[in-house]
Design a protein around this ligand. Structure first.
Ligand SMILES: Cc1ncc(COP(=O)(O)O)c(C=O)c1O
Length: 366
């Protein structure tokens, strides 16, 4: 028996749409990508959505759009996927890495203020695993220091803060469409913003710097740009999944609630806290336990795919041996999450019975 960690939502409807695109002969970015952008924009309730090749390239585009580069500093959390900090160095700026709260696994808002200098241009907080950020706190900091917020919303489609969807809260937000996320195009990302000038710039930059794409003769290459276009073939997968987003989200939340009730009486397993006034999208279901590695091995031996949460960046050479990185020690929250977080299987057709098997195996170790 194998219970996978995740399972992408690939139905006949998805396959049919991909075949339709393949048969059309239009495989590059085009009409289907535009449809995906439009559906995404409406779902989030923001003004603009721009498809790109990944969350990583989207974050890079966002930083470039805001003119962030050499001489600038950007504050990022230590406990995150490396891309969050890597992109800052890719545009030539310095990433100032600060600790996270052990309770929420999200950036510690007090430490952001301590890390701000006259060179700070932006923060990239991460709504990790679908836990929304506290925008009351973030907006206070933004206004006080006049800095931008670029949200790494890789995991957070459908999450909300005080009734507003993630993607409609920051200056610019960037989602991932990697298969760990429940809307996936294999590889891909979506940038959202409400600022038209930024949207135009980002659209142009990811599209060779073109500003007028009305046919070969009229085309204008206004700026140096790159190619971060998302192909129609990949967009087709996400487009069909977006039709089912409400049911996929509801199902994840239902499964998450079921995990909560199964784990209720197990004092050895605690669950990170959702931001007050926030709606977690249950992208990942994480618990904190002692002896995480022993438990992880036992579950894997039983055919249950489990995983650590994410990474403590300061532990890796790429970040602790790099003149473009400033590490704001100590990293107590990040170290704790890195050592104790365990991610349990969660996907649309996971059953209550499979959850019971997982938690029963887990209990054997306590
Ligand atoms: C928090 C976070 N940021 C960025 C990324 C990178 O996303 P992508 O693979 O779409 O570039 C991930 C991927 O898992 C992530 O979890």
């Amino acid at each position: 028996m194998i219970i996978p960690l995740i399972k992408p939502f690939i139905t006949k409807e998805v396959k049919d749409k991909v075949i339709e695109v393949l048969d059309s002969g239009y495989l590059t970015e085009g009409k289907v990508t535009k449809e995906l952008e439009s559906v995404f924009q409406k779902y989030i309730g923001c003004k603009y959505a721009i498809a790109v090749t990944s969350c990583t390239t989207g974050l890079e585009v966002a930083l470039r759009c805001l003119g962030i580069g050499p001489g600038d500093e950007v504050i990022v959390p230590d406990y995150t996927y490396p891309a969050t900090a890597a992109v800052v160095t890719i545009v030539g700026a310095k990433a100032v890495i600060t600790d996270v709260s052990k309770e929420t696994m999200l950036i510690d808002y007090d430490l952001i203020e301590e890390a701000i200098t006259s060179k700070t241009k932006a923060i990239i907080p991460v709504s990790l695993f679908g836990n929304p950020l506290d925008y009351d706190r973030l907006n206070q900091i933004k206004e006080k220091y006049n800095i931008y917020i670029i949200e790494d919303a890789a995991c957070s489609i459908g999450a909300e803060y005080k009734g507003t969807k993630v993607g409609n809260l920051a200056d610019i937000s960037v989602f991932s469409l990697h298969p760990r996320k429940f809307i996936t195009t294999g590889e891909g990302g979506i940038i959202t913003t409400n600022n038209q000038n930024w949207a135009d710039w980002m659209n142009s930059y990811k599209h060779f710097g073109i500003i007028n794409d009305n046919g070969r003769e009229g085309i204008i290459f206004e700026n140096i740009g790159t190619n971060y276009k998302l192909s129609n073939v990949l967009a087709a997968i996400g487009l069909i999944q977006m039709k089912h987003i409400d049911e996929l989200l509801d199902r994840r939340i239902q499964l998450s609630d079921h995990y909560f009730s199964l784990l209720k009486n197990i004092s050895e397993a605690t669950v990170p806290v959702t931001t007050p006034s926030g709606k977690h999208n249950s992208q990942s279901f994480c618990i904190y336990i002692e002896n995480r590695n022993t438990v992880m091995k036992h579950l894997r031996d039983k055919g249950i795919e489990v995983q650590i949460g994410t990474y403590a960046l300061h532990k890796y050479n790429a970040f602790n041996n790099n003149t473009q990185i400033v590490l704001k020690y100590p990293f107590n929250g990040s170290n704790f999450s890195f050592e104790h977080c365990l991610t349990l299987p969660l996907y649309h057709d996971l059953t209550f019975e499979q959850q019971r098997i997982i938690v029963t195996e887990l209990k054997k170790l306590f």
